[in-house]
Ligand binder design. Structure first.
Ligand code: NA7
Length: 541
């Protein structure tokens, strides 16, 4: 028999994915509710309010394309939007499409359980509520499960402990304060120059140096915005049909098809443009051939040496031992120059590892740094963490976390065998974090919405990827990753930043364009690789 549920679809998360999913599903007549832990929309851009927080994809591309009026009416003020502007945009979208009435804020989902017999998902919240739906969409984000380092004595610290990923609503005044920032990934690199401006002294605690390029951020002029808006249709289509959802130009050549002089001139031009993703793909073999990659790494190393006055500090800030861009290539506004300031000290944790945190500060193998503030910019249990922190149980009570203990598996990063009627937006082994997230999110949400529409039309009550299709996708994703240099480095792309997490390249590297075509074909082929069950069969069972 068919069971009634509170909603057709429950969506977890009111970031870009959840907002669009709600809008799309409602427009197609589904009843849907979004459950959101925060008191506001915006997801990652609600939480990451630290000074300097900014997107590393240009705002005109890091925005929704699904509604023509929306993209025509919204005016981005900067080339790379800062967190407050991104949050305003999320709020605008929520209000414009009247989404708030179906979003339940301050609601943290603790478990999602599938009732095999009734084909119903039950979601329980930390607040003690229980809600049911036929379908569940986890729109929980790829960089939202935070990672607090396991430092001895951290709880003893008597100063103020801050996290970049859960920054206070009120601005923090560092004037006259001694501050330590732990972590030099994108978040640290953005926050450090801002904190250095007012702190009495700033200690930057660095374990692994990152490569960073100047953002060359600037205000957007009304004329250029007008032109972008006129050309949006073409620009968006090109982005969807590109490798990384950005449609960036490249030389179409190997790094060795040109002379060293020509190569450096090309790198110089893109470096000056402030375009990190363009930089990492200028030559077609940059991310697949170590020697080609080294030419880019050496170029950036020379730039670091130019930007930092003290040669010893410059050397400590220069990465070695991993190919450039196999860990996130950062963009910065004055990051390296910050180390030329009198009030900033680089603490090289590779030479003097942290031994403990005390009441007064951080002790390393060399000395104690007494501070008033300790800022953690220590990253995320990326891509899978936001899914596995919820106790998701599928057929037979199988746990998603346990299923992924040995390795994350999914079919297309959209669905998981053993978890019928569950969808993951930008899940593991989808292009996600190695693409323009907006393009990938829109593609996923549209695919899921079309799929639910199809099921409704055909009277199907259950969909689940087959084990074979999932295994084949995992194998294919890994084969594609092995063709690149990404497996040669340890970072959150491969789960290496979280102790005990299986090592595997989590984003799918086969390209946004190829992925889109394949997922379209699969849908057109009656959802190839999925098992579907009609309502009639369910009634008879
Ligand atoms: P990242 O890029 O994972 O950076 C985290 C940083 O914190 C990195 O430098 C880590 O060094 C450092 N870290 C983490 N734990 C420790 C401990 N225990 N000791 C010393 N240092 C530590 O996170 P972000 O938030 O900066 O950026 C994430 C993404 O968000 C970014 O790439 C953009 O796409 C947006 P390690 O590398 O582990 O040596």
């Amino acid at each position: 028999m068919t069971h009634t549920t509170d909603f057709d679809v429950l969506i977890v998360g009111a970031g870009w994915s959840g907002l669009m999913a709600l809008h799309r599903l409602r427009s197609r007549g589904f009843s849907a509710r979004v459950l959101e832990a925060a008191p506001e929309v915006g997801g990652t851009w609600y939480w990451n309010r630290y000074p300097g927080a900014r997107c590393d994809v240009e705002s005109i591309h890091y925005s929704y394309s699904f509604d023509e009026e929306l993209q025509q009416e919204w005016n981005w003020t900067e080339r790379y939007a800062a967190q407050p502007e991104l949050l305003s945009y999320a709020r605008h979208v929520a209000d414009r499409f009247d989404l708030r009435r179906d979003i339940q804020f301050n609601t943290k989902v603790s478990s999602a359980k599938f009732d095999d017999e009734a084909s119903v998902w039950t979601l329980r919240t930390e607040e003690g509520e229980s809600l049911t739906a036929k379908f569940c969409i986890l729109a929980t984000g790829v960089l939202s499960a935070t990672k607090i380092p396991d430092l001895r004595g951290l709880s003893r610290f008597q100063g103020t402990l801050l996290n970049t990923f859960d920054w206070p609503e009120e601005p923090v005044d560092f004037t006259g304060k001694r501050v330590a920032v732990l972590g030099t990934g994108s978040s640290g690199i953005q926050a450090i120059p801002e904190i250095a401006k007012s702190a009495e002294h700033l200690y930057v605690l660095q374990r692994t140096p990152s490569f960073s390029l100047p953002a060359k951020n600037r205000p957007l002029q009304p004329k250029e915005l007008e032109q972008v808006k006129r050309e949006y249709a073409r620009l968006r289509a090109a982005a969807r049909d590109s490798l990384d959802g950005l449609a960036l130009e490249n030389t179409g050549k190997s790094a060795f098809d040109v002379t060293e002089e020509e190569r450096n001139a090309i790198f110089e031009e893109v470096y000056e443009e402030g375009a990190p993703f363009k930089f990492q793909g200028m030559f077609i073999d940059q991310m697949t051939d170590l020697k080609a990659n080294a030419t880019a790494a050496e170029f950036v190393a020379r730039k670091i040496a130019e930007r930092v006055k003290d040669p010893e500090t410059a050397a400590a800030l220069t990465p070695s031992g991993y190919p450039i861009a196999t860990r996130r290539l950062c963009i910065d506004t004055g990051y390296y120059e910050t180390f030329n300031r009198e009030n900033v000290t680089l603490v090289n944790l590779l030479k003097e590892p942290i031994t403990e945190v005390t009441e007064k500060g951080i002790t390393t193998a060399a000395r104690t740094y007494e501070v008033d503030y300790l800022v953690l910019a220590t990253g995320f249990d990326a891509v899978t963490g936001s899914f596995t922190r919820i106790d998701v149980r599928g057929v037979g009570g199988q746990s998603l976390k346990e299923k992924w203990d040995a390795a994350a598996s999914s079919y297309l990063g959209l669905a998981v065998n053993g978890f019928p009627n569950l969808f993951t937006v930008t899940g593991p082994l989808s292009p996600s974090v190695l693409s323009n997230m907006m393009v990938s999110i829109e593609q996923h949400v549209d695919w899921i919405t079309a799929c639910l529409g199809y099921l409704e039309e055909k009277g199907i009550d259950r969909i689940e990827p087959t084990q074979e299709a999932e295994q084949e996708w995992v194998r294919h994703a890994s084969e594609v990753a092995d063709f690149t240099l990404f497996p040669q480095s340890s970072s959150w792309y491969s789960g290496a930043n979280v102790e005990g997490k299986p090592r595997q390249i989590l984003p799918y590297l086969g390209g946004v364009h190829n992925y889109r075509r394949l997922t379209q074909e699969i849908a057109a082929d009656g959802y190839r690789g999925f098992t579907i069950r009609s309502r009639e069969a369910a009634e008879l069972a």
